[in-house]
Write a protein that binds this ligand. Structure first.
Ligand SMILES: Cc1cc2nc3c(=O)[nH]c(=O)nc-3n(C[C@H](O)[C@H](O)[C@H](O)COP(=O)(O)OP(=O)(O)OC[C@H]3O[C@@H](n4cnc5c(N)ncnc54)[C@H](O)[C@@H]3O)c2cc1C
Length: 284
């Protein structure tokens, strides 16, 4: 059955407090940002009879410089972020990821907050956010809290947002020193409108010939985005050569557990991810 607009109640709060009150008051109410995920459910008739809380009047579509780095409002669209000069200059992997989400129509509507709240295992912004050690700022009936991205996702399509709680912004801490090398890669069936089979973000800092810091994150290889803790640990302090890169890639399976599904197989996902990782570490 198609969505029936007459049976859907839409609220358009002007303040975050009003929005979270409306959501907390009705357990079946749903926030609406760009609608690129919500409208798919609406189109299938899944939202008939539900209240939708439209967030578009909230002042959350802005990028701000903070003492610690950048704050990205939850209503920033992927197009806003892929074009923003500070995001491109300081957090280029996120700008690149936003440029691969869907195609132009989806990038013009879809928001960062909606991407995070939707919590798909294949969310393309998540590996860069994990590598940059982003913090999710949430606001709800009991106030504000900041949650590290690593703790934000609790499973497939699940987050630790409480009833009535919203994502207000994402904080990106500035790195202490510039990265030596960075890479974002998405592997899908096509260049556009493809959901990732695997998606990677890597940051590497080499000092005095050895790895001083390394952050490796994959999406689509587990229920939630994963940092490769074992490979990172192995690489820290080591001189990077072909052998170290191959040995780090051998540790991939300790932190991810890809599945076979309609988009790919476990085997392909592991092989492609291993290739990406070695390429990044060798600097090819
Ligand atoms: C054709 C198509 C292609 C796509 N391609 C990709 C892709 O390549 N990569 C990718 O990662 N995604 C993709 N998506 C998914 C989607 O576009 C993104 O997840 C997008 O960022 C969602 O943002 P939105 O503002 O449209 O969210 P909405 O649809 O408005 O909301 C999504 C969910 O988040 C909740 N929500 C929204 N904002 C907030 C907030 N501030 N606080 C709390 N909860 C909130 C809503 O209640 C809802 O549950 C695609 C979708 C479509 C339809």
């Amino acid at each position: 059955m198609r969505g029936d607009a007459r049976s859907m109640r839409v609220l358009a709060p002007r303040t975050p407090a009003e929005a979270s009150r409306a959501l907390a008051a009705d357990p079946r109410a749903l926030a609406l940002a760009g609608g690129t995920d919500v409208m798919v459910s609406w189109n299938m008739g899944l939202l008939n009879g539900r209240t939708v809380v439209d967030l578009s009047r909230l002042p959350w579509r802005r990028v701000r410089e903070t003492k610690a780095g950048l704050e990205l409002g939850a209503l920033c669209t992927h197009a806003d972020l892929r074009r923003h000069p500070d995001v491109r200059a300081r957090f280029p992997l996120l700008a690149e990821a936003c440029a691969t989400v869907g195609a132009a129509q989806i990038q013009n509507r879809g928001t960062l907050g909606g991407n995070l709240a939707n919590a798909s295992p294949a969310g393309d912004t998540f590996p860069p956010l994990a590598a940059y050690e982003a913090i999710v700022r949430c606001v709800g009936p009991t106030g504000r809290r900041e949650v590290p991205l690593a703790a934000f996702f609790t499973g497939v399509k699940r987050t630790l947002l409480a009833p009535g709680e919203l994502i207000e912004s994402v904080l990106l801490p500035a790195p202490p020193r510039p990265w030596t090398r960075s890479l974002f890669r998405k592997v899908g069936t096509r260049a556009a409108q493809a959901i990732s089979k695997t998606v990677f973000a890597g940051l590497l800092r080499v000092e005095k010939g050895a790895v001083a810091d390394v952050r490796l994150a994959f999406g689509s290889l587990a229920p939630t985005v994963r940092r490769l803790k074992a490979a990172e640990e192995f690489l820290r302090g080591r001189r990077l050569d072909a052998e170290a890169a191959a040995r780090a890639a051998d540790l991939l399976g300790l932190d991810v557990s890809p599945i076979d599904d309609v988009r790919s197989t476990r085997e392909y996902r592991l092989a492609a991810s291993r290739g990406l990782l070695i390429r990044f570490l060798k600097g090819d």
